[in-house]
Ligand binder design. Structure first.
Ligand code: ADP
Length: 264
């Protein structure tokens, strides 16, 4: 899209001159469309649990007023819906905070090994519940400069996704997730690999878009907000790093994060 401005110049003695300015508006239009889509998506995601909550409140005030069993069951569902909205609002706030600070590179020394170990410990119960073994392969220490909480978030998100979506091989046996950390030249490379169904190539370029999911029903059923990888992408960008996603459908997926080592 181009915006065309034609301005006649005031030139008292010479022939009138015209100045033609061309502005490429394609990028501005794309950004505007993304903003509108984002608001529509966020509203829709909030509206669904809200509608469900309202429905249950009305039922409990009306037909199920004296039904003790229904009350217990409905309150459980209402709690889940409220938790879902809380997760969504928390993720939206995180995303906007990170976006606001995108140009500010965090510079506190952080040991990526302690981050990986911490997340492996935190997610051990979830892995156990999903019958998944977490294999952790890390050196003694690997220092980067960054924001510890944000880097914890990156590792947590990738490992959680690997457990949620990918933790089974084709035969449904040997469910495991490999978490690796290694130095490579002046960088630190984190890899999170699963042996699950993987991701078809057409989805890969869009996976880090806000609210993009391969299977929205599956994501919601697993408590996903559709914002995890968008948050990961922004945090990695703020740390001047790179996010890589590789997958061979049927053989699993590997997510890698490359960050500059401290002092690099
Ligand atoms: P969600 O909250 O839905 O998990 P994410 O942004 O973290 O949102 O992930 C986006 C989508 O990418 C997920 O809904 C899922 O379809 C897909 N995905 C992420 N990680 C994996 C994985 N390890 N294996 C297969 N699909 C994955």
């Amino acid at each position: 899209y181009f915006e065309l401005n034609v301005n006649p110049m005031e030139a008292p003695e010479a022939e009138p001159t015209m100045i033609l300015t061309l502005h490429d508006l394609s990028e501005a239009r794309r950004v505007e469309r993304m903003r509108v889509d984002f608001i529509a998506n966020a509203s829709h995601e909030l509206r669904t649990p809200l509608a469900s909550l309202l429905g249950f409140v009305e039922t409990l005030q009306g037909p199920a007023r004296d039904d003790t069993n229904a009350r217990v069951r409905f309150l459980g569902i209402m709690r889940e819906q409220a938790q879902r909205m809380t997760r969504l609002v928390d993720d939206l706030l995180s995303l906007s905070r990170i976006e606001q600070n995108l140009h500010l590179r965090p510079q506190t020394p952080v040991d990526m090994v302690s981050i990986v170990r911490h997340i492996a410990d935190t997610l051990a119960p979830m892995a156990r519940d999903n019958a998944v073994t977490l294999n952790v392969d890390v050196p003694a220490s690997l220092m980067v400069e960054g924001d510890r909480d944000e880097l914890l978030r990156v590792v947590e998100n990738l490992v959680e996704n690997a457990i949620k979506y990918g933790a089974c091989d084709q035969m449904g046996e040997n469910r495991c997730v490999d978490i690796g950390l290694r130095p490579q030249k002046r960088h630190c490379v984190l890899t999170v690999r699963d042996y699950g169904p993987g991701i078809a190539p057409e989805h890969l370029p869009r996976l880090t878009e806000r609210f993009y999911r391969v299977d929205a029903g599956q994501s919601r059923a697993k408590g996903g907000t559709g914002l995890g990888l968008a948050i990961v992408k922004h945090i990695v960008a703020r740390h001047r790093g790179r996010l890589g996603i590789e997958s061979l459908p049927g053989f699993g997926a590997t997510f890698s994060v490359t960050l500059p080592l401290q002092g690099a």
